[in-house]
Design a protein around this ligand. Structure first.
Ligand SMILES: Cc1cc2nc3c(=O)[nH]c(=O)nc-3n(C[C@H](O)[C@H](O)[C@H](O)COP(=O)(O)O)c2cc1C
Length: 165
């Protein structure tokens, strides 16, 4: 993390996460959910991966996608079907959408079916309206990052300050 103090010097803060394996996985058709997933992943120090890429599990899985006809994309369904509680220890759901919560609901339902812990209250829905052309803005990315960081903090995986130069 870089910040500038009043004297103009750049302060570099080194943070260290507790040993929690975090994954950020997204499904997208027009790029909206990838924009949000990338912002979350970057803030958490990992790389966002598509649902179509190999996934081996995580202590904490952020999984998000778009909504299409009140449903999720088939590639998301395939990903959710393949999840298991032995390799994925906890799920948090996010979505970009015109308006409805269909994707987060389907993700949370899948988690429940697989007996993977998921906090139904703790999900993120970024509503972009029904023109289907709006893109996530900087404020949406900031909202997503704040949400993701609060999720991690609530699981007691708060970054630990190890050095400030
Ligand atoms: C064909 C199509 C169908 C959609 N259906 C819905 C819908 O039923 N409900 C809704 O709230 N948004 C709907 N949307 C909006 C998308 O969920 C929204 O644009 C989302 O950000 C797309 O994510 P993506 O760019 O990651 O694919 C639809 C969009 C498209 C293109």
């Amino acid at each position: 993390m870089r910040s500038r103090c009043k004297c103009g010097m750049i302060l570099v803060t080194v943070i260290e996460r507790k040993l929690m394996n975090i994954a950020v996985v997204f499904q997208t058709r027009s790029g909206n959910t990838k924009i949000v997933a990338d912002a979350i992943a970057s803030a958490l120090g990992v790389e966002a991966k598509s649902v179509t890429e190999p996934y081996e599990g995580a202590d904490l899985l952020f999984i998000g996608g778009g909504v299409y006809g009140l449903d999720v994309d088939p590639t998301m369904k395939t990903f959710l079907d393949a999840l298991n509680a032995k390799t994925t220890k906890r799920i948090v759901a996010f979505s970009t959408t015109g308006m409805t919560k269909s994707a987060v609901k389907k993700i949370m339902k899948a988690a429940k079916l697989k007996k993977i812990p998921v906090d139904k209250k703790d999900h993120l829905v970024i509503k972009l309206g029904f023109d289907h052309k709006s893109k996530p803005q900087e404020t949406h990315k900031q909202q997503a990052v704040a949400w993701a960081e609060s999720v991690v903090a609530s699981l007691d995986a708060t970054p630990t300050l190890v050095a400030t130069a």
